[in-house]
Design a protein around this ligand. Structure first.
Ligand SMILES: [Zn+2]
Length: 170
């Protein structure tokens, strides 16, 4: 029954459009004022679509569907902390990404940027401290904090609201 109704509405709608187009073209050919056909189309629309009786359950279904669409849009909106993807720690610039894992946002790809050329560096564990090496200019050096510590600081910054709301342009 629902399908039949939708089909009827669609048919009426397309019929109105087709009717308006056909009369417009016909009017143009006959060199009559163009607005006559628009007026005709509007009248057709009013008579066939706007006065079309929609049962109460139809209105309820439309309301429910629009609400589902609205709430799914709200859910897909990611929290703003996901814009926080770079900062300076231990005298170095760092970049990372956010990835959703089982509904939880996690930090991935946390890497220091080369102080010389800005390239994302590889991090390896040294004897005491991790060290970074630039794949482009071969600059290397110790990192004063572990990756784990950097990650904890990032999360702490978010919990305190102490982070730029958009990636810093520095
Ligand atoms: Zn470099």
């Amino acid at each position: 029954m629902k399908k039949e109704l939708t089909r009827e509405i669609k048919l009426a709608f397309y019929g109105a459009i087709a009717g308006a187009i056909v009369t417009s073209v016909v009017d143009l050919i006959r060199s009559k004022p163009f607005y006559t056909s628009i007026w005709f189309g509007l009248k057709w629309f009013w008579n066939n679509i706007l006065s079309f009786p929609i049962p109460v359950w139809g209105v309820i279904i439309i309301l429910i569907l629009s609400r589902i669409k609205f709430s799914s849009k709200e859910q897909s909106k990611k929290p703003r902390f996901t814009d926080y993807t770079e900062d300076t720690f231990a005298g170095m610039n760092w970049k990372w990404r956010w990835e959703e894992n089982m509904g939880v946002m996690e930090i991935t790809g946390l890497r220091p940027l080369c102080g010389e050329c800005g390239t994302s560096c590889s991090v390896q564990q040294g004897h005491l401290l991790p060290y970074m090496k630039c794949p482009r200019c071969d600059k290397s050096g110790n990192i004063l904090k572990s990756i784990d510590d950097i990650e904890r600081i990032i999360i702490d910054n978010i919990e305190r609201g102490n982070y730029p709301k958009k990636p810093s342009q520095e």
